[in-house]
Every structure is written in C-alpha cells, then in structure tokens.
Design a protein around this ligand. Structure first.
Ligand SMILES: [Zn+2]
Ligand SMILES: [Zn+2]
Length: 151
C-alpha cells in the first residue's frame, strides 16, 4: 500500500520539524520514527478506528465499537487496529524499548474464553452503572484482551 510521503516536499508554512526525543530522527507526518521502526512513546496512539472513527489504543483495540457492528456480543469483538508493542511477550524490549513497533495487523479476532467474556461483560456493566470510570473500564478490558491474545 502506497503511503503518501512528504519528506521531500517544500515545507513552506509547515510547523517546526518534529524529531524523536530518543534518537533525534526526523519524524514523518504521522509521527513515525524510521530509526526506531515505530512511534516514539512520548505521544498517544494517533490512529482512529476504521469502523467508528473512535480512538484506538496501541494494542489496536477500539473501546467505542470493539471492532464489530454488534458490540453487545462480546465474542464478536476484534482489534480493528494494528497492534503495537514496546516489549516482547517475555518482557525484553523491542529495539530501544521506547518506540511502539507494529507487531500484528488489524482485525484480529479476540479468542476470549467463557470466563473472559463474562469478565468483559461485567466490566461493561459496572461502567454503565457508573461503578467505575470509562478509563478504568478501558484499562481492565484492555488487560483481558491482551491476556487472551497472548495465550
Ligand atoms: Zn526514534
Ligand atoms: Zn470503533
């Protein structure tokens, strides 16, 4: 897939060039660092969900639509975005450990177990009832997703 590159275009009234704080490399328009082969971890995930345009997490999850047209069916959830990691599953850093490196393509199905499905549904219920904040719910569900994905 051809990505539009603007590195050689005349800069004109563009803002100051962004550089990676870790290696000084000039970042492209999306914030990608060529030296780190990823996105410096100083900024939030810049990607939007292809289905609902909500914010994606670095893990590729969308907490608005869960990558499905039937978000109420937890077993239909997918990761609509690519998965980025700073560390390997064994905890060793990828590269310098400061760049989000793409390690999996979008639209991975989430192989949730029955218990994990129940846990997600319970978290959603607690968030709906106001017993936990949306941010807390997102973090908890993200953890379950990652656990499921790494099995
Ligand atoms: Zn870098
Ligand atoms: Zn979405």
């Amino acid at each position: 897939m051809a990505r539009q590159k603007s590195a050689t275009a005349p800069t004109g009234h563009r803002g100051p060039v962004s550089r990676c704080v870790y290696d000084g490399t000039q970042l492209d328009a999306s914030g990608f660092c060529l030296s780190g082969n990823g996105y410096p971890d100083t900024r939030p995930c810049p990607f939007a969900c292809p289905l609902c345009r909500g914010d994606l997490t670095w893990s590729g999850a969308c907490f608005r639509c869960h990558g499905t047209e039937t978000p109420q069916v937890v077993t239909s959830w997918t990761f609509p975005g690519a998965r980025f990691e700073r560390d390997h599953d064994d905890g060793t850093p990828i590269g310098d450990g400061h760049h989000w490196v793409k390690i999996a393509e979008p639209n991975r199905r989430v192989p949730l177990s029955g218990a994990q499905t129940s846990a997600c549904a319970a978290i959603v219920g607690r968030a709906v009832r106001g017993e936990m904040t949306t941010v807390e719910a997102h973090r908890a569900i993200d953890g379950i997703f990652e656990e499921a994905f790494q099995r």
